[in-house]
Write a protein that binds this ligand. Structure first.
Ligand code: NAD
Ligand code: ZN
Ligand code: ZN
Length: 344
């Protein structure tokens, strides 16, 4: 009997994932096969499984875009990776490589981009087919389980902080201290910034303090905006909104200093009102940021390899995915769950 692989499959939006045995995929020319060691569970996987966004994945699909594993086979013509390499299969699964955005290292917005665990099957499975030109190269001294959260939550929060253009000694707000935010705080500190953490959960805020945040504000407090302005001396130079909550987006303008930049990375479905006078008269920049490019990935991993950033992880087996999703939806995951796969 040929060995099959375990996978967690979205068959219907908003329904539990189905654990299945599937044939192990074969890498075609230019592709590579990765045997999964660990895969983080991102809030995006939950949005994907719920069909939250205007562009929906085609059913059925295997979520997961924080999959780390070992290259076990390469298709014809592959030179970018070798068998035995440890790689990550990220959200930016592939891009065209030659459009105006790819040429400017803005490949996440390439019209031809494919997304891991969304338009391509992802890491909630024992094997993943990947594009060797877009995999993350995992430094030797990082364990798979520690690397997993970095290839989405890490790169996204790191790039988002860079996009605020806040300089060492200035303030950033990190709104939402979950998977993205708990890493964002660490990147910001490593980059010499002062950090004001904002969340609705006091436990998450206590965690933010342990991670080095200089000020903590509960967004549910009536005067949360005033508290941020006081802590930062008039508003933060950069505000990174990771929270999957429209309320957090609404609050963000008031937390931003004059001439500051607010970077949006959280992706709750919907819209939020923008007080035009405040944005215009205070010269505030509002900017979206979508993961990062391959250079950002290498940088985000290097911070961890240098020991400046470490994901807080809770290990679970693939079979626990539905209870993990339930907890994630209710804010009951402290930082990041990483699904760990059996060796051998
Ligand atoms: P998570 O569930 O781990 O963390 C979310 C955190 O936000 C929790 O700590 C929660 O308590 C907090 N929160 C909820 N409401 C809040 C509010 N009103 N104010 C402040 N904090 C609040 O989620 P995650 O995995 O960190 O992902 C967060 C969001 O980022 C999701 O919408 C996800 O899809 C999106 N995302 C975007 C990108 C990108 O490239 N732009 C990449 C990855 C994830
Ligand atoms: Zn993600
Ligand atoms: Zn392109």
């Amino acid at each position: 009997m040929t060995y099959k692989m375990q996978a967690a499959v979205v068959e219907q939006f908003g329904k539990p994932l189905v654990l299945k045995e599937l044939d192990i995929p074969e890498p075609g020319p230019g592709q590579t096969l990765v045997k999964t060691e660990a895969c983080g569970v991102c809030h995006t996987d939950l949005h994907a499984a719920n069909g939250d966004w205007p562009l929906k994945p085609t059913l059925p699909f295997i979520p997961g875009h924080e999959g780390i594993g070992i290259v076990t086979a390469v298709g014809a013509g592959v030179t970018a990776v070798n068998e035995g390499d440890r790689v990550g299969v990220p959200w930016l699964y592939s891009a065209c490589g030659h459009c105006e955005f790819c040429l400017a290292a803005r490949e996440p917005v390439c019209a031809e981009a494919q997304f891991g665990g969304y338009t391509k099957n992802g890491g909630f499975a024992e094997y993943i087919v990947a594009d060797p030109n877009y995999v993350a190269h995992i430094p030797a001294y990082l364990a798979a389980r520690d690397a997993a959260p970095l290839i989405c939550a890490g790169i996204t929060s790191y790039k988002g902080i860079k996009e605020t253009q806040a300089r060492p000694g200035e303030w950033v707000v990190v709104s939402g201290v979950g998977g993205l935010g708990h890493l964002g705080i660490q990147y910001a500190k490593a980059m010499g910034l002062h950090v004001c953490a904002v969340d609705i959960d006091d436990g998450k805020l206590a965690h933010a303090k342990r991670l080095g945040a200089d000020a903590m504000v509960n967004a549910k407090d009536g005067d949360a905006i005033a508290a941020v302005r006081k802590a930062t001396g008039g508003g933060a130079h950069g505000v990174l909104i990771t929270a999957p909550s429209l309320g957090a987006f609404k609050q963000g303008v008031g937390m931003t200093r004059k001439c500051g930049t607010r970077v949006l990375v959280g992706l709750p479905p919907g819209e939020f009102p923008t007080p035009l006078f405040d944005v215009v008269a205070n010269c505030i920049t509002i900017r979206g940021s979508f993961v990062g490019n391959r250079r950002d990935m290498a940088e985000a991993l290097a911070f961890a390899a240098d020991g400046n950033v470490k994901a807080d992880i809770e290990l679970q087996p693939l079979s626990a995915i539905n209870s993990v999703f339930h907890r994630l939806a209710h804010g009951d995951v402290p930082s990041r769950v990483v699904l760990e796969f059996a060796k051998g």
